[in-house]
Design a protein around this ligand. Structure first.
Ligand SMILES: *Cc1c(COP(=O)(O)O)cnc(C)c1O
Length: 416
């Protein structure tokens, strides 16, 4: 593509274009960070007002029943299920990814311990999101039973790492930094062939790429709602456990919301029979209620249509950066092959941090990840082809005029 008009023509022909109106988008901003924090659905402000005014203000404590608060984690789980190939009553929206990983990893290790106690290794990737690794490290320490974390440095090392002492492989489907996407079906099969369980992290997959958890026969999964699903800052995450494992998965955060009869106030814990056992305590209803607004937009389309546009947007972004910014030291770190790419594109630049701050100052919001990585999320529900064109023109301007050299762009905030 070498003219802005071509991008406008793509937008005019885009079947997903009308869904953009269902988001409250900031004026004069090109937002390419929906992979980190999605934008507000237009319905969210009204929903928040209803929750605070009618449900909390007027309904008060009655709203746990009358406004469906108590059942909300399950109800939202059932809406989310359709996006990830899960069945009814296999998903709950609750807690954070980190906390849900702790629950599922514990449950999976425990199940393996009963089957084959020599399996004491958790396999993951060194490039995984650090919190996932920290949770595994903390759990290993807590259990104090000789468990170990084995990290691979490249996906090609996975077959060799899956020896007969591996209990669980904890793999993030789409890498948060590079955008590399695993072949979930092939990797799950390999993990199973080696007698291990497959725990998937869908943080950069849910709402970004088609996922078929039951189709591939995965064992359990976690993911979040505040990235591609547009649930809002800190909105609760989700946990998926298929029906075949629910009865055998015992998780240690045995709080009252996971009890089979929370209001029986029984002094002894008895886990819910189904997906409810993966709940722990009282959930943040104001935040959780807003998750539904994002899911309701997804339910008006399907993941195949979203994937098609996502690939077209990422292809275009990569093509434009490589042609229009070719004289600058930008190096693509995201795989070119569609089958290995999620919904973001990352480039390394020796001054990546400063370049990103200069771009943000011009209204193009992406983010920066160590080391040197400029990360751009392409979210098909509200990103236009012309946004991609314009963003690359801003990038070209920042690099050509070296505006990133201004001292204010070197200052670092707490969140990058
Ligand atoms: C974003 C992300 C998280 C975030 O975890 P929280 O506990 O919800 O803050 C975890 N893992 C991966 C792979 C992520 O991309």
């Amino acid at each position: 593509m070498n003219q802005r008009e071509e991008a406008l023509a793509f937008d005019a022909a885009d079947p997903l274009a009308p869904l953009r109106d269902q988001f409250a988008l900031a004026p004069n901003v090109i937002y390419l960070d929906g992979n980190s924090l999605g934008v507000p659905p237009a319905a969210a402000a009204q929903r928040a007002q209803t929750v605070i005014g009618a449900e909390w203000g007027e309904g008060l404590i009655r709203s746990w029943n009358t406004a469906g608060w108590f059942s909300l984690p399950r109800r939202l789980g059932n809406k989310l299920a359709t996006l990830i190939g899960a069945a009814h009553n296999e998903v709950v929206v609750t807690d954070t990814i980190s906390v849900n990983l702790f629950k599922l990893l514990s449950a999976a290790l425990r199940m393996q311990d009963k089957r084959d106690p020599k399996r004491r290794v958790i396999v993951s990737e060194r490039s995984n999101f650090p919190s996932d690794l920290y949770i595994a490290q903390g759990l290993i320490k807590l259990l104090d039973r000789g468990y170990a974390l084995r990290l691979i440095d490249d996906p090609s090392e996975l077959p060799a790492a899956l020896t007969d002492d591996v209990a669980v492989a904890m793999i993030t489907h789409v890498n948060y930094r590079t955008g590399y996407m695993h072949d979930m079906a092939a990797v799950t099969k390999l993990i199973h062939d080696r007698g291990a369980l497959a725990l998937w992290d869908l943080a950069h997959s849910a709402g970004a790429v088609p996922v078929d958890l039951n189709g591939v026969g995965a064992d359990c999964a976690v993911g979040c709602t505040y990235k591609y699903l547009n649930g809002g800052p800190g909105s609760p995450a989700f946990a998926w456990v298929p029906h075949r494992h629910q009865g055998d998965f015992e998780q240690p955060l045995s709080g009252w919301w996971g009890h089979r009869a929370p209001f029986a106030m029984d002094p002894t814990y008895a886990a819910d029979d189904g997906i409810g056992r993966f709940l722990c305590g009282t959930q943040p209803m104001v935040s959780m209620a807003l998750v539904e607004c994002g899911l309701d937009v997804f339910l008006q389309t399907d993941m195949q249509a979203i994937r098609k546009k996502s690939l077209a947007l990422t292809d275009l972004f990569i093509e434009l950066v490589e042609t229009r910014c070719k004289e600058f030291p930008l190096e693509l770190v995201t795989p070119r092959a569609h089958a290995q790419r999620g919904s973001h594109a990352s480039f390394e630049h020796p001054h990546g941090y400063e370049v990103m701050q200069a771009l943000i100052a011009r209204g193009v919001i992406g983010d920066y990840r160590e080391p040197h990585v400029l990360r751009f999320g392409l979210t098909p529900l509200y990103t236009r082809y012309v946004d991609v064109w314009d963003a690359v023109e801003h990038l070209r301007h920042v690099l050509a005029h070296e505006t990133w050299r201004a001292p204010e762009f070197a200052a670092r905030g707490a969140v990058t």
